[in-house]
Design a protein around this ligand. Structure first.
Ligand code: WTA
Length: 633
């Protein structure tokens, strides 16, 4: 059994051991899993390249550990509890036995369609159980899954399919989201027209049953694909360092990059972190409200919980449908014990008033979690008092797509909690703060750039198809360290507080967005000459998107123009990247070397232009006053 820490004393001891002797520590954890062949070497690493290998020489399949391993003692226990969008529709339960059989059947279907070990398969699906089944079926046969959040546009989907040369796309017909029925297959059809020549087959899961267009040579219904397939499927023998999945995420420059995770280390770390952060006990019902299109869903809806033999819930809908009590109604209905969500959802529900949360019995909650962005004090307090009733500790978990698993977090009931503090590193995680020169910032009551100085099993291995980019983005800023892109404060007692991104990445409702990516989309508009996008503080979203736009002469920056800009962004990226505010400006403040001074634009966007610092060195200092006036600050 994977180690589950139970006391502060034990946490301190285990943490120390994990730092003093990491290889021994992780070998002990890895030994609690089922391996087809034991590893030869626990760890080899070189952050310069980067080249990190965990459990080299080992052979395994993560689905044997998620499924087969549990059939002995929990075949009938619910593995996935699927709660539909419609509150009156029936909950669907998949026992471990059911899930095993569904995964095997679909794995056989994939093989029959010619999918082999190493092939990339793209998923573009809403939160239906088939998404989890499909992902696991890929892992079963050694195919690499690339899940694309179903809110992305056809263009964004096509970019990701092409980058990974996916051989297959798996989608649903429609997505039932609140009162809406959103076409999904139609978006895939549009993406296919954008040069996705690698795709041979599109498998379509019938979700709501609406009308879809059909390409007979390419499209197959899920139900037909699995028809009469065997309920056993031989698991592929995967090397520890074989690719498990690709997940695209935004950075400060260029197009989103495909973060690559591998099999062995990811398995060990997601299970270990799940068990400890949520203190999951047999019989508990665990619910993470994330979408599987993001890393949180990969690690803490699918892999972590299933590896630990948990009952994990998947929810198809939205927190405000049919009303703002939906989350709490579901918690009551299923007696949820561990609840994990994002600050943006907490703030949105907090704004709707306490009556929605007070109506329901939340007494089964033991741990409540937060992830994806900094949580503000008001939201932390409300979550603590109204949801946790002061009894369920908040785990404010800091981590990233690239880290694969939770890195810094309180352990509930074991370490203390303090509003807005992710607090303490997990065993095996060695965070440090450095200044902009890379000099270690020591002591307490200090701030710095957050880095990690030693490898951990679930860390990023490469960015798909472009290893140099991985080196450049994460390993080149500071020698021998993984650089997170986040700023961080250490309080007088050593707890860590994540302040936010220090690069050109903004965090909108917990979704990472590259400012360059949004600018590129806006620049597609025929009347746009140049644009600059920055984040600004937003009550619900955490950060909102503020776009400064230089438009062609004669363009009126009215509501019609703003709508046409939003439409372009929706087409290029998706609704999540729509600018909240726009301002047509005659120019952008630039340095003499032509770089946009975002610092100034951020200040003006935040509504406080009182202290802009020295602007005399700008190429065009006069433009600042014009922008200030246009912004009314
Ligand atoms: C931010 C999500 C403050 C951070 C798992 C990080 C957080 C980025 C927290 C990664 C937290 C995540 N407190 N900030 N508890 N968790 N972040 O890749 O800026 O979607 O770098 O992974 O979200 O976002 P990603």
């Amino acid at each position: 059994m994977t180690l589950q820490i139970k006391s502060l004393k034990q946490y301190k001891k285990v943490y120390q051991e994990s730092v003093d002797n990491p290889e021994q520590f992780w070998a002990e954890q890895a030994a609690t899993f089922q391996w087809q062949k034991k590893w030869d070497k626990v760890l080899s690493w070189d952050f310069k390249k980067p080249d990190v290998k965990w459990f080299e020489g080992g052979k395994m399949n993560i689905t044997e550990n998620c499924l087969d391993r549990h059939l002995k003692d929990r075949a009938d226990q619910t593995a996935i509890l699927w709660e539909p969008n419609d509150p009156n529709a029936k909950t669907v339960k998949y026992s471990y036995q059911d899930l095993y059989e569904e995964v095997c059947r679909f794995g056989n279907a994939l093989r029959a369609k010619g999918i082999k070990k190493g092939d990339r398969v793209c998923f573009y699906m809403p939160m239906v159980a088939e998404l989890a089944i499909g992902v696991l079926a890929c892992a079963r046969i050694g195919a690499v899954h690339s899940v694309v959040f179903a809110g992305f546009s056809a263009t964004a989907l096509a970019d990701r399919i092409k980058d990974a040369s996916c051989k297959m796309v798996i989608c649903s017909d429609y997505n039932a989201r609140g009162a809406k029925n959103i076409p999904v297959k139609q978006v895939v059809d549009e993406a296919m027209l954008q040069g996705c020549t690698s795709v041979e087959t599109v498998i379509v899961h019938k979700n709501t049953g609406g009308k879809v267009n059909w390409e007979p040579a390419r499209d197959v219904w899920w139900s037909d694909a699995v028809y009469r397939r065997q309920k056993h499927c031989k698991p592929a023998a995967m090397s520890s360092e074989d690719m498990l999945f690709i997940l695209y995420t935004s950075g400060s420059t260029g197009k989103p990059k495909g973060v690559v995770h591998t099999c062995g280390g990811y398995m060990v770390y997601t299970c270990f972190s799940f068990k400890n952060v949520f203190q999951y006990e047999k019989g508990d019902v665990y619910w993470c409200t994330a979408d599987i299109g993001w890393i949180t869903g990969h690690s803490y809806i699918v892999y972590g919980p299933l590896l630990a033999g948990a009952t994990t819930m998947m929810f198809e809908g939205v927190p405000t449908y049919p009303d703002a009590g939906r989350f709490w109604q579901i918690c009551e209905k299923h007696k949820v014990n561990q609840f994990y969500t994002a600050p943006t959802a907490i703030r949105a529900l907090m704004a709707k008033g306490d009556e929605y949360v007070e109506k329901y019995d939340l007494s089964d909650l033991k741990v409540i979690g937060s992830v994806g962005e900094p949580i503000n004090v008001e939201a932390w307090n409300w979550y603590n008092e109204k949801v946790g009733k002061g009894n369920a500790p908040i785990v404010d978990t800091w981590w990233q797509t690239e880290t694969g698993g939770i890195m810094i977090t309180p352990l509930p009931g074991i370490t203390d909690t303090k509003p807005c503090y992710a607090s303490y590193p997990m065993p095996g995680i060695q965070p440090i703060l450095v200044d902009s020169q890379g000099v270690l910032v020591e002591g307490n009551d200090v701030e710095g750039l957050l880095c990690v100085k030693f490898p951990w099993p679930s860390m990023i291995r490469t960015t798909y198809g472009d290893h140099e980019r991985c080196r450049q983005v994460y390993f080149s800023s500071f020698e021998n360290m993984y650089f997170t892109g986040d700023g961080c404060r250490r309080d007088s007692e050593g707890r860590l507080r994540i302040i936010g991104r220090v690069d050109d990445v903004i965090n909108v409702s917990g979704h990472r967005m590259g400012t360059a990516e949004v600018e590129n989309a806006i620049n597609e508009h025929p009347a746009v000459i140049e644009s600059a996008v920055v984040g600004y503080p937003h009550d619900i979203k955490g950060q909102g998107i503020f776009a400064y736009i230089i438009a062609q002469e004669g363009t009126v920056g009215d509501a019609g123009f703003e709508k046409s800009i939003r439409d372009v962004v929706v087409k290029e990226i998706g609704p999540i990247a729509k600018p909240d505010k726009m301002l047509v400006v005659p120019g952008l403040p630039k340095t003499r070397s032509g770089k946009i001074m975002r610092r100034i634009l951020r200040k003006i966007a935040s509504g406080d232009a009182s202290n802009l610092g020295d602007i005399s060195t700008l190429l065009n200092p006069d433009v600042v006053a014009v922008i200030k006036e246009a912004a009314g600050v």
